[in-house]
Design a protein around this ligand. Sequence first.
Ligand code: HBI
Length: 114
Amino acid sequence: MYTASAQPRTASKGDTMIQKLSSEQRAAQIAQLDGWQSVEGRDAIKRQLRFADFNEAFGFMTRVAIKAQEMDHHPEWFNVYSNVEITLSTHEANGITERDIRLARFIDEIAAGK
Ligand code: HBI
């Protein structure tokens, strides 16, 4: 359950950023990402990442957390030691939107530089 964020949300319900992608759009966008796959039985995408150690994994999570807060769009994630599993979906749209793709692209960029 999300609490309203401190900043007033600029996106209106009609905002394309929070409109669910069509299955064609979703497939095309996922194809351009790195290592993401659809979640079985849910309109969401997930990716597993492995780092050198816990410090690297948590440093990565910190960078993603800062970006997520900036975007007001947050991942669902799970971390055990050097492994991070991330799932992205837009809860307000109950599916994948441009926000998820944008955050996934950011994650791919910083993971590539790890
Ligand atoms: N993160 N993944 C995701 N999906 C949302 O719908 C969402 C979010 N972070 C913040 C947020 N929505 C807030 O804008 C609303 O809870 C008000």
